[in-house]
Write a protein that binds this ligand. Structure first.
Ligand code: ATP
Ligand code: MG
Length: 230
């Protein structure tokens, strides 16, 4: 469904991604793990077309997408949930879910969103930034489902959340996976990663150096945590 080949990305003179090759199959949940500064966020932003200085190949659904602007990439069916979540103080929860254009034929109807995220229905008239961190994460995920994303890129969805909320986000990701949505997520919490994902890429200095199964991550947990510095 998603493939990058020899993907390089730059911030001016700084060469950050150095030949990233990754593949995500339809219906898979894949994580990208790596220490601070490895290039995980840059990988997601390069796929989205937010980082523009790139070379190599990015193919989504059989079509090259490197030349597309980020809103066109979104229209093709890739949703991005940034680390900052992008929730607005001036919009209500319901407005976050109703104002953006519904783009894809896979767009979830509002009722389906509220079935999966009842808290967002309860909090419908609250302003976005009055939600807790976990609720804002849910709203950010709900918004991309609403827009019809077939592939969702999530940047550290559990960062800063209490363990019970991390579990709730994990339950949601598993439910979303069941519905056939594909996900690529950046995650430092290996317990969470092995609970929700099928496979894991280890990124070091702007390169993907290996793909690991859940069993491999669990077996190497101590070494990986030491490497990640978490
Ligand atoms: N806007 C930018 N301008 C210049 N350099 C940047 C910019 N954003 C990131 N970098 C640099 O690019 C490298 C990769 O950063 P990136 O944010 O992709 O790493 P990351 O793996 O997501 O790290 P973290 O775990 O801290 O989120 C780092 O050296 C970082 O300092
Ligand atoms: Mg990052």
């Amino acid at each position: 469904m998603l493939k990058t080949r020899d993907l390089n990305a730059y911030y001016d003179e700084s060469h950050v991604l150095r030949g990233v090759d990754l593949d995500v199959q339809p219906g898979e949940v894949v994580t990208l793990v790596g220490r601070n500064g490895a290039g995980k966020t840059t990988t997601l932003k390069s796929i989205m077309g937010i980082v523009r200085q790139r070379t190599g190949e990015i193919v989504f659904d059989g079509q090259p997408i490197m030349r597309l602007t980020s809103d066109r990439v979104a229209r093709r069916g890739i949703g991005f949930v940034p680390e900052e979540r992008g929730i607005y103080a001036t919009l209500t929860v319901a407005e976050h879910l109703t104002l953006p254009p519904v783009v894809g034929k896979n767009a979830w109807p509002l009722e389906r969103i509220y079935d999966l995220f009842p808290i967002l229905k309860e909090r419908g008239t609250s302003m976005g930034t009055t939600l807790s961190g976990g609720e804002q994460q849910m709203l950010a995920i709900a918004r991309v489902l609403r827009s019809g994303a077939k592939l969702i890129l999530l940047d550290e969805p559990t960062e800063g959340l209490a363990p019970v909320i991390v579990n709730a986000i994990g339950d949601l990701i598993l439910e979303i996976k069941k519905s056939g949505v594909t996900m690529l997520l950046v995650e430092q919490n290996l317990r969470f990663a092995t609970r929700v994902a099928d496979r894991h890429y280890l990124m070091v200095h702007g390169r993907i150096i290996e793909s690991m199964t859940n069993a491999e991550v669990i077996a190497r947990e101590k070494d990986l945590l030491a490497h990640l510095g978490v």
